[in-house]
Design a protein around this ligand. Structure first.
Ligand code: PGA
Length: 241
């Protein structure tokens, strides 16, 4: 695991975008899993800018969902799909056939998990996963206490996730369950990048990176990944020894 600390979220975002663009240059048909959430927003702007300015072809890149709120349709601004559609898919004109997202309103969510697991397997596995870290240490919706061996699954959301998640919605929205890739898929991904910015993430970053690895802080499993980058701004890194 390599930890890099940057003076500002802006420099962090530029460097992160560069890593993703490099991956696509090396492997034009890479399978990427990009998280929603506030942290990577600036990175996505730089990816779009970088791809356009340098003529990087994203037409063969495949995208798989990290997570979704169960019952919230893709048309809702708070959904992960909506966010990525606005920030990446639409600006880079990604074909719908290259986008593999959970349908979190499907009647049979277990079948939906299986469908996504199968797509990942058929595409040869995830090449790069870019994730944030929740205030409770989650990655995707792998909440504290989760088994590290799970693939895609439906999960009862932690109370912290239910509360913090309100920030993505314009009105109070009940958020009880999530559908998410599992830690097994995170650990098997060819490269993982975890981003964190701001003072509020400093305590959980310290736990994830400096405490013994345990399911209590799922992001801590990144310590055991063999090709992992943790990219922090100076605020998020503020409590590290
Ligand atoms: P955030 O979300 O980037 O909006 O802080 C991170 C997460 O919950 O994984």
């Amino acid at each position: 695991m390599q930890i890099d600390i940057f003076d500002s979220p802006d420099i962090l975002a530029q460097l992160t975008a560069r890593k993703i663009i490099d991956m696509v240059s090396r492997k034009p048909n890479a399978l990427l899993c990009l998280a929603g959430g506030e942290t990577p927003r600036l990175t996505y702007q730089y990816i779009v800018e970088g791809a356009k300015n340098n003529g990087i072809d994203f037409s063969l890149v495949q995208f798989v969902s990290l997570d979704e709120w169960v019952g919230i349709p893709a048309s809702n601004k708070g959904s992960c799909y909506y966010f990525l559609h606005e920030t990446i898919f639409e600006p880079l004109a990604i074909k719908q056939t290259n986008i593999h997202f959970f349908n979190s309103t499907a009647g049979n969510l277990s079948a939906e998990c299986e469908r996504i697991n199968q797509i990942i397997q058929n595409l040869g596995g995830i090449d790069l996963m870019l994730v944030g870290i929740g205030m409770n240490g989650h990655i995707g919706f792998n909440e504290p206490g989760i088994s590290p061996y799970l693939f895609a699954h439906v999960i009862e959301l932690d109370i912290i996730t239910q509360q913090v998640g309100q920030k993505y919605f314009s009105e109070i929205t009940p958020l009880q369950k999530g559908i998410s890739l599992g830690m097994a898929q995170f650990m098997q991904s060819g490269m993982v990048i975890l981003l964190a910015t701001g003072n509020k993430k400093a305590p959980i970053i310290k736990k994830a990176l400096e405490e013994n690895v345990s399911a209590a802080v799922p992001a801590g499993f990144i310590q055991e990944h063999t090709n992992a980058f943790v990219l922090l701004d100076s605020e998020a890194a503020g409590l590290l020894s």
